[in-house]
Design a protein around this ligand. Structure first.
Ligand code: HSE
Length: 323
């Protein structure tokens, strides 16, 4: 704590991870958000960093402020706060930007008010999702991975059943972040209400196998299971360069390809950093050929556990240990 500031830090996340729409997410090393809070006479909020100009600074409209209000309502601790949001995760790119701010705010709050751990992990995570729900629809994947790190599965939200596994660095990630802004709320509106049974069955098979592959650190098998027949067909047309980037990634040795979250970022798995680098550059080259700048990122899963959560031996539940 410096000058009374308490910081919460949370990573970028790749939601869906192919076939796991609203169910899977993977925390990654690289961009992250930092949220600082300190006691004040009245609430205030400031945003700086990547994409800050487009984000609300009204306390009740910013995801960080919304999460703090949700935690206040849940804990009964109504101390006014000065909040600083330092954005590292670019907004509207499918990298869990709003979730990183939600998680950062929740973690800072937990540090500042340790008694809020009495909410239990379930209450705490529900409160952290409040910010996400307000701006981009209620989905737990990104926030869960931003809080718990590694690869997270959301089996149910009521009751909350989450699992997380550490992902081996043998699974390299090739990522391209194009200069295309896609709002999650918009990209959720284009989704179908119904999906054909064969597509649902295919997704279930790939999702189950993908989870096993990631838990074993098998980049080849994980990549072969990345195809999504639920959200991706509805969203790909909004992502100019999707087909070209996919062909480029696979041509450069990526073992599979998918949209990250609701886009515009795309990614693939690779068996090592060198191939991931070639694939990331190839994807960016494909976007460039179409006139769109894209930023490459070669990375691995971030297996740190920002929430300091531990899986209790009693079952699929988490208890909070303030980091
Ligand atoms: N599961 C969410 C979606 C993630 O695809 O809409 C958004 O980043």
């Amino acid at each position: 704590m410096r000058n009374g500031w308490v910081w919460g830090r949370a990573p970028a996340t790749i939601a869906n991870v192919g076939p796991g729409f609203d169910v899977f997410a993977l925390a990654i090393h690289g961009p992250r958000d930092e949220v600082a809070i300190r006691p004040a006479d009245k609430d205030s909020l400031a945003v700086e960093g990547v994409g800050a100009a487009g984000l609300p600074t009204k306390f009740s409209e910013n995801t960080a402020g919304i999460v703090i209000d949700a935690l206040r309502a849940a804990t009964g601790i109504f101390q006014p706060l000065q909040v600083r949001v330092r954005k590292g995760v670019p907004p509207s790119r499918g990298l869990g930007s709003s979730a990183a701010s939600c998680a950062g705010a929740a973690l800072a709050y937990l540090k500042a008010f340790p008694s809020s751990s009495s909410l239990g992990a379930e209450g705490f995570i529900h409160a952290a999702v409040a910010g996400e729900a307000a701006v981009s629809g209620r989905h737990y994947d990104n926030v869960a991975a931003a809080l718990l790190g590694g690869f997270v599965t959301v089996a149910s939200t009521q009751p909350l059943i989450l699992q997380r596994v550490t992902v081996s660095s043998r699974v390299a990630l090739a990522i391209a972040i194009p200069d295309i802004l896609l709002k999650t709320a918009d990209m959720r509106r284009v989704l179908p209400d119904l999906v054909p049974l064969r597509d649902a069955v295919g997704n279930i098979g790939r999702a189950a196998t993908l989870a096993l592959a990631l838990s074993r650190g098998d980049a080849s098998l994980a990549g072969r299971c990345l195809e999504d027949r639920i959200a991706e067909p509805a969203r790909a047309s909004f992502l100019s360069g999707f087909a070209e980037a996919k062909a480029a990634a696979l041509g450069a040795g990526a073992t599979g390809f998918a949209i990250s979250g609701s886009g515009s970022t795309v990614f693939g798995f690779a068996p090592n950093q060198a191939i991931a680098g070639s694939a990331a550059n190839a994807m960016c080259g494909a976007f460039k050929a179409l006139g769109t700048h894209a930023t490459p990122l070669v990375t691995t899963a971030d297996n740190s556990v920002p929430l300091g959560a531990v899986v209790s031996k009693a079952g699929p539940r988490f208890s909070i240990v303030a980091a």
